[in-house]
Design a protein around this ligand. Structure first.
Ligand SMILES: Nc1ncnc2c1ncn2[C@@H]1O[C@H](COP(=O)(O)OP(=O)(O)OP(=O)(O)O)[C@@H](O)[C@H]1O
Ligand SMILES: [Mg+2]
Length: 859
């Protein structure tokens, strides 16, 4: 059963299918089946305007207010009710427009995040989007693949699947021909071919993913935001109840009291919070996409900003992704000249098909030149009888081959420690040679043989020699590491490679090594000892996938925020454990699916940019929160207090709402604001305590000024209600919007920290509009009267004194480091893994062009 020639358009995949009879479905047949059974999707994504609108309207406060306004329209103040209605419509519109735009950005993210399966279509092996698969498709699975549908295996070579995502069972399960490889599980060993039996929601994985819904579990940031909103809900509730009761006691009409207290509540609640956060995140995501960093979920950007420790694998991240065979050496160190039983020819015999991994590809390249992908890959004259593919635990791969006259040969190649341990005798000079080569920083593989055996046994071997691969550092790594360290991120290496190679590389790229631990040593440490050893260790070498994951977990439990960057099958576990998993577009399926962030180019430099972006978003969100708790809360508090002592309402409900709307509008420019360098230089943490203290200090401060203003208006200027309200309207709008220029930075505003032009324009416009309102022709409808210059001057003086005072108090305000909550949301694995199985509800391109050849989108 030899490899068949592929039919159809030339493809650079060079994969062979060992079932000549199977041709799979054609693209047309697949499309026809898809039209009846649907896409292979477990969820859908599309910005749904109605859902976004419903989210805006779900606000019970607005609803209550709307009801009260409607009642008032029929029984009382008509104009006031209409004004209230218009303002509510405007604020709903504002929130809607912003959130909808952000949802569109999420949708665009999804379009970048496709995952492909190798499928036979019309006899040709092509790559298709996983959502295109239909029952009947013939699919190939290789090591590291996430099984794209329920697949009945027709052929399976040493296949093991990790089904923990479905069963919780962490040990891989053996899968033989006739078994079903389940969707969402991972091929942890071997290669297989099979026929799709079930897709999408009809699979067990689909059912689980559908049950979880589209909402991801909250991150620490989102929890912080929710707590913040909760805090303000309490403040609002207390104020509203107080105002309502006081006004009733004072004998004011029930409806007026109700409208006024509800308006106060609306004024306190941060309605635009979701819009501000999603706009920030969406803007950040767009910026990152341009830098070739994709985030799967918007909040992952904020997660990036929190990263304190970055674990990375070595090969392909710190070193160039493409490695080359440099030398083949016999056990005594003399070069192999291509002898029949020399390490090079044996190594090639033992290699997996092209495209399986960089190391084996380097061997094929050396044999065929660089276009090794096409054509026959095994040297002639040998037939493969059995094979044990490479895995990261054994760190070896082996084959049993038979030559034309029936002699058999077991060939083993792998990490020298593993291979030498299985050799009968190893000359001392060979060990010394290996040590020397490691010290040179070469990526080293030992090859050994055992002639004559009938079965594949990896023991009693004879060393055939070494294959030396060059694995030079990637250009630019040094600079990226400096950037990361300037950002306060500690970089550590978790590699399957040899410790000497790893430390040698660190020296070349300027990463100071404080300590080295090997997998063997780690095995002997219990969790407590490993915890103690972590801070002093930079390099973890010869670690297995489980050890990588264990190290990440232990680092996290120490309270630090941990990111993991890796692209291999051996990185998937660790990616899942990390707070932020980062992978590369060209990496193994499992790695990509386990990640929150995918780099289109494996480049540490862009990662630093991503971290900065995350911190920028965080900083700007915090600005909005602090703003909401400073003058805003203070003003509402003053209004509430004033309503108890004044003979009339200090502001009409419609004026409170209008004031709030204008304030909100000015805040929408915050996501675009510039952030001070020192705020980008350290990992950020959500600190509700800071916000609470901020509110307790700056709220009352603002109220003091309001009360001074009230006193002057009543006692000195003897104003009537319309003028009183107009004056206070302008004063409160100016204080609460202009204070952003002080709150937005820890430095001296403007001189030391320049705000973004957009923010200056937005705030300026809003203040100007507020100032103009009392003079507008429709001012009487709003219940406002023109303000005479004497009062305007007073407002200006108060404003300046207020801002100066806030600036002075701000300087005494220190952030106390918050303790971070350790929080790994449940089901995150199912969520992450189901991302590629997402379908756009409204297909844009109908019927994929069947002629499209596969290679285009593969790496
Ligand atoms: N295809 C292969 N065949 C034989 N041996 C291999 C093969 N791939 C890797 N090895 C050996 O196994 C060792 C461990 O490889 P592994 O993939 O676990 O980690 P790595 O890729 O070297 O490092 P990193 O974790 O930094 O990516 C390698 O150093 C090499 O000696
Ligand atoms: Mg790797």
């Amino acid at each position: 059963m030899g490899p068949i020639e592929m039919t159809g358009p030339a493809s650079d995949e060079g994969s062979t299918v060992t079932e000549p009879a199977v041709t799979g479905l054609t693209d047309e047949q697949a499309a026809a089946i898809r039209s009846t059974v649907g896409s292979n999707a477990v969820r859908s994504h599309r910005a749904r305007p109605l859902a976004v609108l419903a989210r805006q309207l779900r606000n019970p406060l607005l609803m209550l207010l709307l009801v009260a306004a409607t009642v008032s329209f029929f029984v009382g103040e008509r104009t006031d009710a209409v004004v209230i209605g218009v303002i509510i419509a405007l604020s709903v519109g504002l929130g809607f427009a912003n959130e909808y735009r952000a949802e569109r950005a999420v949708e665009a993210l999804h379009e970048h995040m496709r995952s492909r399966a190798r499928v036979l279509r019309g006899g040709t092996l092509v790559e298709r989007d996983v959502t295109d698969l239909v029952p009947g498709d013939v699919v190939q699975l290789k090591l590291g693949a996430v099984v794209p549908a329920d697949i009945e295996l027709t052929e399976a070579r040493d296949v093991e699947c990790d089904e923990s995502v479905l069963t919780g069972e962490s040990l891989p399960v053996r899968r033989k021909p006739g078994d079903t490889a389940l969707m969402g599980t991972v091929v942890t060993a071997g290669t297989a071919t099979g026929t799709v039996s079930r897709t999408g929601a009809r699979t067990a994985f689909g059912a689980i993913a559908a049950g979880l819904g589209e909402r991801h579990a909250e991150t620490a940031f989102q929890i912080g935001l929710r707590r913040f909103s909760g805090l303000l809900v309490w403040v609002a509730a207390a104020l509203t109840a107080g105002v309502f009761v006081t006004n009733l006691v004072l004998g004011r009409p029930l409806l007026d009291a109700m409208l006024f207290s509800l308006a106060i509540a609306v004024g306190v609640t941060p309605q635009l919070l979701p819009a501000v956060v999603t706009t920030s995140l969406a803007t950040g995501a767009r910026r990152l996409t341009r830098l070739k960093v994709l985030v799967k979920r918007l909040v992952a950007i904020e997660d990036l900003g929190d990263v304190e420790v970055l674990f990375t694998d070595k090969t392909g991240t710190l070193t160039q992704a493409k490695i080359a065979l440099r030398q083949a050496l016999r056990p005594d160190g003399t070069p192999d000249r291509g002898d029949a039983l020399g390490p090079f020819r044996l190594g090639v015999l033992c290699a997996d098909p092209p495209g399986s991994g960089p190391l084996d590809d380097a061997l094929h390249d050396a044999l065929h030149g660089t276009d090794a992908g096409a054509g026959e890959w095994a040297p002639e004259g040998y037939r493969q009888v059995d094979a044990k593919p490479f895995d990261h635990e054994r760190r070896m791969s082996s084959v049993l081959v038979e030559d034309t006259i029936g002699d058999t040969l077991t060939i083993v190649k792998g990490a020298p420690e593993a291979v030498l341990a299985r050799c009968r005798t190893v000359p001392e000079e060979s060990r010394a040679l290996a040590g020397r080569l490691f010290a040179e920083g070469a990526r080293l593989v030992a090859v050994a043989v055992r002639p004559g055996a009938r079965e594949l046994v990896e023991s009693d071997l004879d060393l055939a020699g070494f294959l030396v691969f060059s694995d030079p550092p990637k250009p630019g790594v040094e600079q990226a590491l400096r950037h990361l360290s300037a950002l306060g991120v500690t970089v550590k290496i978790l590699t399957g490679d040899h410790p000497t190679v790893a430390t040698g590389l660190c020296e070349k790229i300027g990463l100071p090594v404080s300590g080295v631990l090997t997998g063997e040593e780690i095995e002997r440490l219990d969790d407590a000892a490993l915890t103690d050893a972590l801070p002093a260790t930079t390099v973890f070498a010869r670690v297995s996938p489980e050890q990588k994951a264990r190290i990440v977990s232990i680092q996290r439990s120490g309270g630090l925020d941990v990111a993991y960057l890796g692209d291999g099958v051996n990185d998937a576990l660790a990616l899942h454990r990390a707070d932020v998993g980062i992978s590369v577009d060209t990496g193994a399926d499992v790695a990509r699916d386990a990640a929150d962030v995918v780099l289109l180019e494996k480049d540490l430099g862009v990662l630093a940019d991503g971290i900065v972006e995350g911190r920028r978003i965080f900083a700007n969100t915090i600005k909005y929160l602090l703003m909401g708790t400073a003058s805003n809360v203070g003003n509402m508090f003053s209004a509430a207090a004033a309503s108890a002592v004044l003979p009339f309402l200090p502001m009409l409900p419609s004026q409170v709402l209008l004031n709030n709307l204008l304030y909100d509008a000015s805040q929408l420019a915050i996501p675009a604001d510039a952030v001070d360098r020192e705020q980008l230089a350290r990992p950020a943490r959500f600190d509700l305590g800071l916000i609470r203290r901020f509110m307790l200090v700056f709220g009352p401060l603002s109220s003091v000024f309001d009360l001074a203003m009230f006193t002057l208006l009543l006692r000195v200027f003897h104003t009537a209600p319309p003028l009183f309200r107009a004056s206070w309207f302008v004063e409160s709008l100016a204080t609460q919007t202009l204070v952003i220029f002080i709150v937005r930075t820890r430095r001296t505003p403007f001189w030391r920290s320049r705000p973004a032009a957009a923010l200056v324009i937005a705030v300026g416009t809003v203040v100007a509009a507020g100032l103009a309102l009392p003079y507008a022709p429709f001012a009487p409808d709003l219940g406002l009267a023109p303000i005479p210059p004497a009062i305007l001057g007073t407002v200006a003086v108060l404003l300046i004194v207020y801002l100066a005072l806030v600036e002075a108090v701000k300087r005494r305000f220190r952030t106390v480091p918050a303790t971070r909550e350790r929080h790994l949301p449940p089901h995150r694995r199912v969520h992450r893994r189901s991302t590629p199985f997402s379908r756009r509800l409204r297909p844009t391109r109908r019927n994929q062009a069947p002629a499209r050849s596969a290679g285009s989108a593969s790496s």
